[in-house]
Design a protein around this ligand. Sequence first.
Ligand code: AMP
Ligand code: MG
Length: 326
Amino acid sequence: MAYDVEFRAGVVAVRAAARVCRSVQQRLATAEALQKKDKSPVTVADFASQAIVCEHLMRALPDDAVVGEEGSEELRQGDQTALLDAVVREVSTETPAGDAQVLDWIDRGGAAATTDRYWTLDPIDGTKGFLRGEHYAVALALLEQGEVVVGVLGCPNLDDGHGGRGALFTAIRGEGTRALPLWDDAFEGPAVRVSSLESTAEARFCESVESGHSNQDQSARIASELGITHEPFRIDSQCKYAAIARGDASIYLRMPTRKDYREKIWDHAAGKLVVEEAGGRVTDVEGIALDFTHGRTLDANRGVVATCGPIHDRVIEAVRKVRSES
Ligand code: AMP
Ligand code: MG
């Protein structure tokens, strides 16, 4: 199998990070004293997740660069020792480590997205969902010459399709998308396919829970343009890509809310391959392919549209129409 070493390293890394995130989120839900506005638990899990993934990748593939969302600057400040202690405690539940090592692992994720080959990582995608006790993802992808070649998407709160909670989606370019257990060690699992829907009117569309991340007024108009009557399926993080890949929904709309916002590569790389290798299509709102050759952001793109495939051009047409009217 192509990319076997990378695939296995990515899966092991994402599973370890997901275990830590799950345990922090569970404690968050039970910590009565915790103020709603206290964002520190997500910060701890975010840093710990990046440290764990980088450490795993470093061990398996020492020459590989990682472009992660987080940097260690905040943790290195003198008044952040309590935060650093908490991060080290979480990391140590997976890999025994000291302060200096953990900081070093986090910084391993500080590569520039300019080399021919690098990984990109969102250690907790959907932090708002994480804090609400809802959905989030650990998203990891390998890029070569601007193409996503491996995608690993851990979704700790997504149903596994068998009555359990926690799902893992892996995609290798040209070899399809698979559903693996998130909490077990298997490297095999059933192939994942998008829905075979061909009529847009019956489509279920998904979008961000956060109206600040995607223009929900516009998506409602696009849905009505397409004759869609189902309510939108709102779910945080790249779990939306997972929902398209396995046919829970057929359209993912991410409509820009601000002219100056640029999508981040770690928010889309893994999800895009998971959908495409499951038979779907992913473009921006203009129908242009996502272009991962501009560093940390998708500079040449605006928003995202992902679909099960055959309906893609019709969806883009409706998106264009609604955008031109607003
Ligand atoms: P979601 O869970 O789909 O709402 O996406 C979460 C991601 O949205 C975060 O990882 C952020 O990087 C990203 N984000 C932050 N601000 C914006 C924005 N104005 N437009 C689109 N995405 C954003
Ligand atoms: Mg994110």
